[in-house]
Ligand binder design. Structure first.
Ligand code: SF4
Ligand code: MSK
Length: 670
């Protein structure tokens, strides 16, 4: 059968990406989109029906009743495969958190060149949560104690990881009863690998219980640590104007694109790019200066805090190089395609790896060391500037969109209540009144098996019409940014009447960009604070809220999905289920899927489902929100009650003659 090849418009919903994909075809250069067409997924592996955990296999369980050579059933194999993926995702996020903790330790001891503690207030708030003394102590002393506490969470053997105390009390009690509170972050990841080795844990339900504990070690452990320390060192985000899409690249400047996940090096590159010595070096090379932009979650980190533009999300890493205008793509960890080196060979772009954990054959390696970060950052920029003279023909799409990112949970609290009485009360009240029907978090990756950005933005736009407030992170947030949904004035055209009133009153976009993938922990904090505020039940599972990852692809996404589920959220993934089993479901092969939906819902109040159709995702999201509203005895959603205040009411009144306006305002007769 001939392979189906899609058009650039079918590959991506983003016109800038389409332009680059047309160019790729003209130049005969392949990208992930093309490779996805040429490499159809293995339908045995993608459904979780293959085990290669030992040398007696791989065993492919394609028929009813088949077992592996060791006797493992399909349910056991699917539970093991899923748990291994979650362990990898949890490890990736958590190892990022560990590196941040070591950086904090170095900063506290004056051993990290160029770094300072930018958010002392957050340092004190976080330290106080754990009983670290703060009064009368220098920030460095507090930071040293917090770094020690956080470093200890990784190797801790018994007890509970410290950040667990930040979850709602009732949730902590439930986790305690279920035996899923992580003892130590590394311990849960190691045990996940141990349990899924040949001849260990064979009971799917028991294996999945440990998958939950491993994912919680990510969400309420490694990721939360990463977010806390990034804010302490680089500043807690607050709204700032930014730009997104490939049109942020500049003809007249040296373009350096930072890609990956960790903010430690990229923040230093931001500082170095503004150094007069570097600007002069760039000018001597014939450029106006260094233009920095980001891809993936490194983009989100520096966009949230510094307003540095985002060149795009995951599937734009290769397309940025196709512009011919990128002097250097500087990568750290996670979501970096090996194909970058091959595609860069068609242009002058240098791929520079920087993490001691990541090398790619053919890339230039300049190792990052937080003890001399500014020196390393300047060295990288000099390489990029030296490469400017090698630039050939360029084709930068003239497409970019403004956005306002920077909605940390601290800022949301502040914007709703003000600096002296920060509070989630107005948000809870708006949900209780029905102005906001519910909240949805749209997070996660792009996947070239579906049209880039389409699922993210279609689901987002439909939910906005239904008065659902959106919070977004990762590549999903960049997809919405490219469409202008992260701007108050652009986004408000497209939202329901009640949500529109709230956004106009508070002055926010209807889609709040909350950061990178590790920053999904900010969403956990928002949900916890909504519970603590009162009126929406006493645990996260009672809040009318849903999490969606419409275009997921990474193992980290699976870990995020499971820790959100275990925290009480209904989580919907798009694309293919890694545990779908036999297509006709004639046997027990959907046991794992059922355990993850009905089974987990009975235990945790949250569930996780894979739903490929976007309209069905929306239907299930709204049904869940309405079910939770009903359980809380809130008024049923009725958009006709709203839209009579806010800007629309002001405009309506302004159009009236004075006497009629006064009558309407003060209840006087005309
Ligand atoms: Fe096959 Fe069992 Fe080995 Fe897996 S662990 S490859 S099912 S024999
Ligand atoms: S970068 S994990 S593609 S969100 Fe965090 Fe984007 Fe997914 Fe990577």
């Amino acid at each position: 059968m001939a392979k189906k090849k899609r058009t650039p418009q079918e590959y991506s919903a983003d016109p800038a990406a389409q332009e680059m994909l047309i160019l790729a075809e003209e130049l005969g250069v392949g990208t992930a989109f093309h490779r996805a067409d040429e490499m159809p997924p293995c339908n045995i592996g993608s459904a979780g029906m293959c085990c290669k955990n030992c040398g007696m296999g791989p065993c492919r369980l394609t028929k009813d009743g088949l077992t592996g050579v060791c006797g493992a059933t399909i349910d056991t194999i699917q539970a093991r495969n899923l748990t291994r993926a979650i362990a990898a995702g949890s490890a990736a996020h958590s190892d990022h958190g560990r590196d941040m903790a070591f950086t904090l330790k170095a900063v506290a001891n004056g051993q990290a060149e160029g770094y300072v503690i930018r958010d002392v207030a957050k340092l004190r708030t976080v330290a106080a949560k754990y009983g670290i003394p703060i009064e009368g102590r220098a920030p460095e002393e507090i930071a040293n104690d917090l770094a020690d506490l956080y470093i200890a969470q990784f190797g801790q053997q018994n007890g509970k990881i410290a950040p667990i105390i930040r979850a709602p009390k009732k949730r902590q009690q439930l986790w305690e009863e279920q035996g899923v509170i992580p003892r130590g972050i590394d311990r849960e990841v190691v045990e996940a690998l141990h349990r899924t080795h040949i001849g260990d844990d064979q009971d799917p339900e028991h294996i999945l219980q440990h998958a939950v504990r491993t994912a919680l070690a990510d969400g309420w452990g490694g990721s939360m640590i990463a977010t806390d320390i990034s804010d302490i060192l680089f500043g807690t985000p607050a709204p700032i104007l930014g730009q997104a899409n490939l049109g942020v690249l500049r003809e007249d400047m040296v373009n350096v694109v930072v890609h990956g996940h960790e903010p430690t090096l990229s923040e230093m590159i931001v500082a170095a790019s503004q150094d007069p010595e570097i600007i002069a070096y760039a000018q001597a090379a014939g450029a106006k200066g260094v233009n920095l932009s980001g891809i993936c979650c490194t983009a989100n980190e520096i966009l949230m805090r510094q307003g540095i533009p985002a060149a795009g999300n995951f599937l734009q890493q290769e397309l940025a190089i196709l512009t011919g205008a990128v002097e250097a793509m500087v990568v750290d960890v996670q979501c970096i395609m090996q194909a970058l080196v091959g595609i860069a060979q068609n242009f002058h772009t240098k791929i520079i790896t920087t993490s001691p954990k990541v090398r790619i054959k053919g890339a230039l390696h300049i190792e990052f060391d937080e003890h001399k970060a500014l020196t390393v950052a300047k060295e990288i920029l000099r390489h990029a500037i030296d490469n400017f003279k090698n630039r050939g023909q360029t084709r930068i799409p003239d497409i970019r969109e403004k956005l306002v990112p920077g909605f940390s949970h601290e800022y949301i609290n502040y914007m709703l209540g003000g600096s002296y009485r920060g509070s989630f009360r107005p948000l809870n009240d708006a949900i209780m009144a029905g102005r906001i029907r519910g909240v949805a978090a749209i997070v996660g990756c792009n996947n070239p098996r579906s049209q880039q950005d389409y699922l993210h933005t279609y689901v987002a736009q439909e939910l906005l019409k239904q008065d659902v407030l959106l919070v977004e992170t990762g590549c999903g947030a960049i997809a919405s940014a490219k469409l202008g949904l992260l701007l108050a004035e652009a986004g408000l055209e497209k939202v329901g009447p009640g949500l529109r009133e709230v956004c106009e009153t508070v002055g926010i976009p209807p889609v709040l960009h909350m950061g990178s993938c590790v920053d999904n922990t900010r969403i956990l904090t928002v949900l916890t604070q909504m519970v603590e505020e009162g009126g929406l039940g006493d645990d996260i599972d009672q809040i009318p809220a849903v999490g969606l990852a419409p275009e997921w692809m990474s193992e980290k996404a699976l870990s995020i999905g499971v820790y959100c589920m275990a925290s009480g959220a209904y989580v919907i993934f798009g694309g293919t289920s890694p545990v779908s089993g036999m297509p006709d479901k004639v046997s027990d092969s959907d046991l794992v899927s059922r355990l993850m939906s009905e089974g987990w819902e009975k235990i945790y109040g949250g569930k996780m489902e894979f739903v490929p159709d976007p309209d069905e995702m929306i239907r299930r999201t709204l049904a869940h929100i309405d079910k939770k509203r009903e359980a809380l005895k809130l008024p049923p959603y009725d958009p006709s009650r709203f839209g009579k205040s806010g800007d629309s009411r002001v405009l309506e009144l302004e159009a009236l003659p004075l006497a009629e306006r006064q009558a309407a305002l003060y209840g006087m007769s005309v």
